[in-house]
Write a protein that binds this ligand. Structure first.
Ligand code: CU
Length: 147
């Protein structure tokens, strides 16, 4: 008798919980997919206008503000680079960490509170590349994701 009283509400709670989570999953999925399909590029890679992409990059306290930059393969990438540091920084791209040959090196930027705009063409082959400040490779680096 006691168990009957206990099990029934529990069963209903399980059914209700299942229903709620199914609904939540349904809603969540659609919200998620629409958010990612429309906004993922903009969120991860800055604003995309036509065939070029603009990325904002900041250096402060010998650190970049991100360790991951996502860009579309083969596209012209414009970088708005700002430094709050008084030391020199740059932005260089390599096939992988430790490669002796860079694919691209931006002009050196000496702050504080200076900006420069430079552009590079994203690698044609999708994959993970490496970026770093050649002056501070240990502190300032990250993954350039080419999609
Ligand atoms: Cu640096």
């Amino acid at each position: 008798m006691r168990t009957a009283w206990l099990t029934r509400p529990i069963l209903w709670m399980l059914v209700a919980a299942g229903l709620v989570s199914a609904l939540a999953a349904g809603c969540g999925n659609s919200a998620y997919s629409s958010a990612t399909s429309t906004a993922s590029g903009a969120a991860a890679s800055g604003s995309t206008t036509g065939a070029s992409t603009t990325v904002k990059l900041t250096a402060k306290d010998i650190e970049y503000d991100t360790n991951r930059i996502t860009v579309p393969a083969g596209q012209k990438i414009t970088v708005d680079f700002t430094s709050f540091d008084s030391v020199q920084h740059t932005f260089a791209i390599y096939n992988q960490k430790g490669d002796p040959n860079s694919l691209f090196v931006a002009p050196f930027l000496t702050g504080p509170n200076k900006s420069e705009t430079f552009a590079f063409t994203a690698p044609a082959k999708p994959g993970n590349y490496y970026f770093q400040c050649d002056v501070h490779p240990a502190q300032m680096n990250g993954t350039l994701v080419v999609t």
